[in-house]
Design a protein around this ligand. Structure first.
Ligand SMILES: O=C(O)c1cccc(C(=O)CC[C@H]2O[C@@H](n3cnc4c(=O)[nH]cnc43)[C@H](O)[C@@H]2O)c1
Length: 259
């Protein structure tokens, strides 16, 4: 199986490649690099067939993520070796509060990848593009895959929100949770990656290692090093999970969908 992993920045890509390399038979052998138009991908080497994982740092935000993912997906499809899974991976903010707690340094795997701010403000409040009648705001990964990755990574499962603006107040955090009560993490790329995957008919998953709490802006509270270490662990866990739960075990009644 061939897996495309899309991160925002190089540090996330490198953390993911480190984890994938450590979990493979080759230990810490240098990754192979190869180019697609506009981007360079890294593949932990040597390739332990039949599982191939390519990692791409596409930039920050949903548009950059969609552009990178779509380019890599198209290049692979045209070469006759299409990807069977796309993963949006990186650091993110964790929602905490009564009944929920995505602590800094922990990992969240997406039950749903949600565009949290794609819609319109109206006098009656926010209306999503789905409710406006054009487009989708949610992609759901295969449930069996989500369970397998979360179990292997020791991660929580929940909705991962994609936002174009990092949440910076308690009021905005509360509004997001009110709209999506299953929200556990937010980041800026997942929905873009999932949209590109959907165009290619490929399932998408999001994995976020929590670097900061979602809420009032406090840069001193960021723990990027801890989150990148957790991301490496999640990368190794993805490998394990895909060996334990290959695509043929992703039940047809639970396959990925959009709504
Ligand atoms: O300046 C700030 O206060 C601030 C707070 C959190 C994150 C940022 C970023 O610019 C990070 C963008 C980058 O990292 C991911 N990320 C990490 N934490 C969050 C978050 O709480 N909300 C949204 N995105 C986050 C994101 O996916 C980007 O790739 C700045």
């Amino acid at each position: 199986m061939r897996v495309l992993v899309v991160t925002a920045v190089d540090a996330e890509r490198d953390a993911f490649v480190r984890g994938a390399s450590a979990a493979g038979p080759a230990g810490t052998v240098e990754p192979v690099e190869f180019a697609v138009p506009g981007f360079v991908l890294r593949r932990p080497a040597p390739v332990p067939e039949p599982l191939v994982i390519d990692v791409l740092a596409a930039g920050v935000g949903p548009a950059a993520a969609a552009a990178g993912a779509a380019t890599a997906l198209t290049a692979a499809a045209l070469s006759g070796s299409p990807y069977g899974l796309v993963v949006s991976a990186g650091i993110g903010g964790g929602f905490t509060g009564p009944g929920r707690g995505a602590a800094v340094g922990s990992v969240v795997v997406s039950d749903a990848i949600v565009a949290a701010d794609l819609g319109a403000e109206t006098p009656a409040g926010f209306v999503s593009v789905t409710d406006l009648g054009f487009g989708t705001v949610e992609h759901r990964p295969p449930a069996a895959l989500v369970r397998a990755v979360a179990e292997a990574a020791g991660a929580q499962r929940g909705d991962v929100l994609t936002v174009s603006t990092v949440t910076g107040t308690a009021e905005r955090a509360a509004a997001l949770v009110a709209a999506r009560p299953a929200a556990l993490a937010e980041a800026m790329e997942g929905f873009g990656v999932a949209e590109a995957a959907a165009v290619h008919g490929v399932p998408a998953l999001e994995i976020r290692a929590v670097s900061n709490p979602v809420g009032p802006r406090d840069r001193a509270a960021w723990r990027i090093g801890d989150a990148l270490q957790a991301l490496s662990g999640a990368s190794a866990a993805l490998r394990e999970a895909l060996r334990a739960a290959p695509p043929e075990t992703w039940s047809t009644s639970e396959t990925w969908s959009t709504s």
